[in-house]
Every structure is written in C-alpha cells, then in structure tokens.
Design a protein around this ligand. Structure first.
Ligand code: ARG
Length: 567
C-alpha cells in the first residue's frame, strides 16, 4: 500500500515541478485517529517555496487511488485512511488461505544457519543465563526458519575443561555414589564448591586436579568413566527442563566432541606462524586492543577458545552455514571477538558470518541470579513453581476446564518464556514470578488468554465451506473504525517478522502479540461479535476472528510458546 501511495504522490509532485523518491518518507501516524499513513511535507517547503500545509492541501485535492478512502491535510502532513473493506478483503483472504504459513518469507533461500544455544555446563545447575540462551536461541531459530533458512540447533554442552579435574578429585575424596545418584546436579555442584573452599586452604589440591584433568585428556580409564557418568546424569537432568519447554536440538556436540579436532587447529595456527610462546603457554597475538587469545596452557591443556575454534571450522565444514550464531551472555563478548579475530588471521573468509547474539542478565531483587556459593536456583523448580501458580489461577477462574493440568503446564512454562522474550535481549530481565503470571499486562498468559477467548467465539460456528467461499469474495462492507486497527495490525505481521530477523530480536514479536491481543480484547469489549442478526456482518466478523487466531497462535509459536484453545 505504501508503495502505491508513494507512486501517486511522486506523480503529483512531478506535476508541481519536483522529482523525489518519497516512499521512505511515509510514516505511521502517532495516533490511530490520524489515519494509517502520514506523509510529511516539510522537506518540500524550500524547493516549492510554499508552506508545508499549502503543499499538503494541494496534494490532497487530486489524490485518489484504490484502497485509500480519504486523504486529509493536517498541520503540514497528508494523512491517509485506508479503505477498510477493500484492504480487509486483501489481508484477511491471505491469512485464511495461508493459515500458519502467513508471514513466511524466502529471504533465506533454504541456506543453513547454525545456532549455538543453551549450552549449559555439566555437573552444574542449569543457570538463568542458560535459560535466557535457550529461550532466545530457540525463538531465533524459529524466526530464521520462518524467513526461509534451515536452522541447526546446536547445544554446545560445557563438558570439558580443567574443572573436571577438580570434580574428579573432589568426588574421589569426598563423594558418595548413592547421593550423586539421588540428586546428581545438586551433589556434584556441592562437591565442586567444596573443592574450591578446601583448595584455598590446601594448594596441593589444585595440583591434584590438574593431574586428573591431564589423565582425562590422555584417555585414562578411571577418569573417563567418571566423566562419562557425570555427563550422563547431567544430561538427564537437563532434558527434564528441555522437555518442559518443548525444545529440542539437532546436535549435542559439546566441548568434548572437539578433543580430537584440536590438533588440526593448533597445526593450522602454527603453519600460519601465528602461535607465540608466552610464559610457556601458546597464544595468538591480536590487534585492535584485543588481548592475546590463549590456545594452549603450559602443561599442554587446551582451552575453551581452542575448542570454539575447532567447533567453528567443524560447523563450516559440516553445515556450510550462511551464518553461525552464538546465543551467549554479554560477559563473553571479548571471547567471541577474539574467536573471530583469530579466524580472520587464518584467512577464514566466513569469519564475519559469525554473530555473537548477546543478552543481559537475569536479576532477582536487582542482583544477578547466581548459581555460585550454594545459592542454587534450580530452573526446574522455577518452572514447577510457575506451573503450580498457573494451576491455582485456573482453579479460581475456570474450575471446570478439561485437561487442567496440561493447560497449567503450557501457561506456567509459557509465562516464564514470554517474560524473558518480551524484553529486548540486551537489557537485563527482572525475575518476578507473580508478575509473569498476571493475566493482564504484557504477559504470556494475557496473550494465550486472548487467543483462547477468540477460539471460544468461533468454536460453535459451523460451516467451513461458507467461510472459504466468503473469504474469496467478501468485501467486508460492514467493517469500520473498530476493525480498521486490527486489520491494519494483521497486515504488519510480515514486516515485524522481518525486523525480528534482521535485528535478531524476538521481543519485536512478543510486543506485536501483546498489541494484537489488546486490540482484540478492545474489539471484544465494544462489539457484539457474532451476535448480529445480519448474516453478512456475522460472517465478516467470523473471518476476522479466525485471522486473529491464526496470527496470535503463529506469533506465540515463533516464540516457542503453545496456544491452548481453552484456558
Ligand atoms: N558453556 C558455556 C557457558 O556456560 C557457553 C557456551 C557457549 N557456546 C560456545 N560455543 N562458546 O558459559
């Protein structure tokens, strides 16, 4: 529509003696009363030697195109009002025809994008930072798929590193098999914390831990078996969380997977003469004020960065990605800068396709929610608590609901996910369960509830043939101001997805969903939906509600959140 308006304006302006491309000048009016599009005339004043308002008046006189009902000159702007019936027919027939594919795009041409997400560390509780990575990464994977890429979800598990030398040492000294079996994460984490306390008193422990890690890297049987056990029980615990959130991965190749792939990286670096010795360790020096990247420790042990270098090559090789995303907290931004810089020094032309998608912290009472020093917040418990609260709310609002438990699951988990996603990812999130679960305001339950309410409106209306026939040739003659906002908003869905993709920003979709839910609720409160006697009006309303349902559900799906039909 914007393009059509611009073409007409350009034609009129040319008659007035100016040649300009004006499509990008067209704005969205600040207030809906001021129309659907606005064209500011200020920039033309000097060239045309006329006041902006005079120009606007002139443009309005001769403006007429299909789809625009009226054009009004106000304060130096031309405001355009869509012709609701024509516009509605266009948008709604598309939505009803395309269903969940509404908003699909072909930007990606089927190319692959790898997404490194979640990536918790074994033998440690699943932290809030990992929750953010999981939820944001999963939404971004859905979004890239929506615009035509093939997402590859990779869980780069933190299952290697010197800390496993510490853990083995601690387990051998103080561990109890039965206790670890009973609650692996809590127990292993306790051992790890205890190791640090003891190591402060007794330096020898650190030496012992280094020794065990070396054994592990050398494939020692006892070390390997313990490590495998720690890994297996940890992954079991993590899957409980993933199952609750209905999130799955294409690969669980974590840090340990790259053990046999690091020599190749070290060789590459040394062939390119990039490795330098520093205090017995091997480093790559970097420019642009970046500190050197540590590749190998004095005792030959490799590091996080070495494994990420190997992983970058492996992924390029395996998936030939168009982009390789890393959804990891702000605090690792230096690491990813170094990673890219080293790859560039190795002449990897694709280094610029690596994107660190960073995010802020999860705060509780303005402090970081941390897993250190025994202050363990188990995510699983958080999700369970949220589900419990959702169940209580359902019990109060709708005690006769069928499948109460499974709905409470979807609402409770969805609330936590939505709360994270509605905030622009670089900002910190304040963790507040009560807030997340409110049925009003910008929450997951609010959007889910609007969706369920819309579903309930159309549930008992029969006749899908009537609908499809109507969708094809209804002119939506009954639509006016009340419907205008909603239809306009539906028409913006595709653009919102594109923005969410280009800015790696799922919060755009979360905000969109809240807005659409609000408009629907307003409509619901002010219109006699489907109670009209006139059958044409009724079918037109029905088609609008169906379109809202499709769009709300798809918005939530992109965020990784389910939309129950009854709540
Ligand atoms: N396990 C790491 C951590 O918890 C995150 C890994 C992110 N991915 C990566 N390829 N470095 O900090």
């Amino acid at each position: 529509m914007k393009t059509h308006i611009a073409e007409k304006l350009e034609q009129l302006l040319e008659q007035m003696g100016v040649k300009e491309k004006v499509e990008t000048w067209i704005e969205k009016p600040k207030h809906p009363d001021m129309g659907d599009f606005a064209f500011p005339c200020f920039r033309l004043a000097r060239t045309l030697k006329q006041a902006p308002n005079q120009i606007a008046e002139k443009l309005v006189q001769d403006f007429s195109i299909e789809g625009i009902n009226r054009a009004v000159a106000v304060g130096g702007y031309v405001n355009f009002y869509l012709d609701i019936p024509t516009f509605s027919a266009k948008i709604l027939s598309r939505i009803l025809h395309e269903g969940p594919q509404f908003g699909d795009q072909t930007i990606g041409h089927g190319e692959k994008i790898t997404i490194d997400l979640s990536s918790p560390n074994i033998a440690k509780p699943f932290s809030m930072g990992h929750l953010r990575s999981t939820v944001i990464g999963n939404a971004i994977a859905n979004i890239v798929e929506k615009v035509g890429y093939k997402p590859v979800r990779i869980n780069h598990i933190g299952d290697w590193g010197t800390q496993f030398g510490k853990l083995i040492t601690a387990y051998k000294k103080w561990g109890d098999e039965e206790q670890v079996k009973r609650s692996p994460i809590v127990e292993l984490h306790k051992l790890y914390v205890y190791f640090h306390e003891q190591a402060e008193l007794n330096e020898d422990l650190n030496e012992e831990a280094r020794h065990w890690f070396r054994k592990l890297e050398d494939g020692d049987q006892e070390a390997t078996e313990l490590w495998k056990w720690f890994r297996a029980v940890s992954l079991d615990a993590f899957s409980l969380v993933y199952d609750k959130m209905n999130i799955s991965f294409d690969s669980y190749n974590g840090e340990a997977f790259y053990n046999d792939k690091m020599d190749a990286v070290i060789n590459k670096l040394s062939e390119a003469k990039l490795l330098e010795e520093s205090d017995g360790a091997m480093v790559v020096r970097l420019e642009d004020n970046l500190p050197p990247c540590l590749i190998q420790k004095r005792d030959g042990a490799t590091l996080y960065a070495t494994r990420d270098l190997a992983a970058a090559f492996y992924r390029k090789d395996q998936y030939s990605f168009a982009k390789s995303l890393y959804v990891v907290g702000n605090e690792q931004s230096l690491h990813f800068k170094q990673l890219k810089a080293v790859l560039k020094k190795l002449n990897a032309k694709w280094a610029d396709d690596l994107v660190h998608i960073s995010f802020g912290m999860m705060l509780k009472d303005s402090k970081k929610m941390s897993t250190r020093k025994g202050k363990v917040v188990l995510l699983e418990e958080v999700l369970d608590k949220s589900v419990e609260m959702a169940a209580e709310a359902i019990e109060k609002k709708n005690p006769s609901l069928e499948n109460k438990e499974s709905v409470a699951q979807l609402v409770g988990v969805g609330a936590v996910m939505f709360h994270d996603l509605k905030v622009f990812r670089k900002n910190d999130v304040h963790f507040e369960l009560e807030e997340m679960l409110r049925f009003e305001g910008e929450t997951g339950p609010y959007v889910q509830y609007a969706h369920a309410r819309a579903c309930s409106l159309v549930r008992n209306v029969q006749g899908s043939e009537v609908e499809s026939a109507a969708a094809a040739n209804t002119c939506f003659s009954s639509f006016g101001e009340e419907e205008r906002m909603i239809v306009f908003q539906l028409s913006e869905f595709e653009g919102v997805i594109t923005e969410a993709f280009t800015e790696w920003d799922p919060s755009k979709i979360a905000k969109y969903a809240v807005d659409l839910a609000q408009h629907f609720n307003h409509y619901y409160a002010h219109t006699n939906i489907l109670k009209e006697k006139d059958p044409t009006t009724k079918i037109q309303q029905l088609l609008l509600i169906k379109s809202i349902i499709i769009t709300l559900k798809e918005s939530l799906r992109l965020l990784g959140i389910a939309a129950p039909e009854k709540m």
